[in-house]
Design a protein around this ligand. Structure first.
Ligand SMILES: [Zn+2]
Length: 264
């Protein structure tokens, strides 16, 4: 089976060790890899993963250029980097246009590390630019393991946002919203909202995950691991053991991601 992992992270070699150590300390989660790109690619090879979408997070506006540089350096047949824009960047429209012009597919944003609420009108210009430039946004959704349970990326806010911007190509992460799955079930499941499913196995019972997947439109679920914060091989096994219909598995592991990345 062909596999695309729609949510991974890696760092430039010279900062990987420091970054992983800091993130491990904040989240109390042990990384499965050392955060370097080679380690991610080795993990993909071991586990038969064709492509990984690699997420960046700009925690300050000034990081834009270095993220672009690194993303351009590492992009390949196997690695699809998503740059990131800080919400306080003064030139959001230009930055989005630039990202499109150099051929990236979308951006990654993280409300907890970038200090915003998903449906805050202050960042509407970002969403408008993404629509204008036909880029998707992969958004951290739900609570974050390294932070208090702030209501900034909840299913209700996601729905507010999507009501306001129905054309936005929005990809939610962590099966709708991490640790807010009652609300996900109430407000998001069954709607045409893309959901990447990392960090749900082990947090929700397998049977619940299976039910939610089967209640959601089959074209709107994406396999993702959040590697290095989970083991790609283990997550593949977790999904396979749900024994979903073959055709649905193919869509989740590959077909839906491929469509989103617009390959012919
Ligand atoms: Zn992540």
């Amino acid at each position: 089976m062909l596999i695309i992992d729609f949510h991974t992270h890696a760092f430039p070699d010279e900062i990987a060790e420091r970054a992983i150590r800091k993130l491990e300390k904040n989240s109390q989660v042990k990384a499965f890899l050392d955060g370097k790109l080679d380690s991610l690619i080795n993990s993909m090879d071991r586990n038969g993963i064709e492509k990984s979408v690699l997420c960046n997070i700009a925690t300050k506006p000034e990081q834009f250029n270095s993220i672009i540089k690194w993303s351009e350096k590492i992009r390949s047949e196997r690695i699809i980097p998503l740059p990131s824009i800080h919400p306080e960047d003064r030139d959001i429209k230009e930055k989005v246009k630039f990202i499109k012009s150099v051929g990236f597919h979308g951006i990654k944003m993280h409300p907890f590390y970038q200090n915003f609420s998903i449906d805050d009108p202050k960042i509407y210009p970002l969403y408008e630019s993404l629509i204008e430039n036909d880029l998707f946004i992969l958004m951290h959704c739900g609570y974050d393991i390294a932070f208090p349970e702030w209501d900034i990326a909840s299913p209700k806010r996601i729905i507010n946002l999507l009501n306001k911007f129905p054309e936005l190509r929005f990809v939610s992460t962590h099966f709708g919203a991490w640790k807010q799955w009652d609300e996900v079930e109430k407000f998001m499941i069954g709607k045409n909202i893309l959901m990447e499913i990392s960090f749900s196995f082990g947090w929700l019972p397998d049977e619940k995950i299976r039910q939610l997947i089967l209640k959601h439109p089959s074209d709107y679920i994406l396999f993702g691991t959040d590697s290095p914060w989970a083991d790609q091989g283990r997550e593949i096994e977790n999904l396979k053991k749900l024994a979903l219909p073959e055709e649905l598995m193919e869509k989740i592991f590959y077909g839906n991601a491929r469509r989103l990345l617009q390959w012919s």
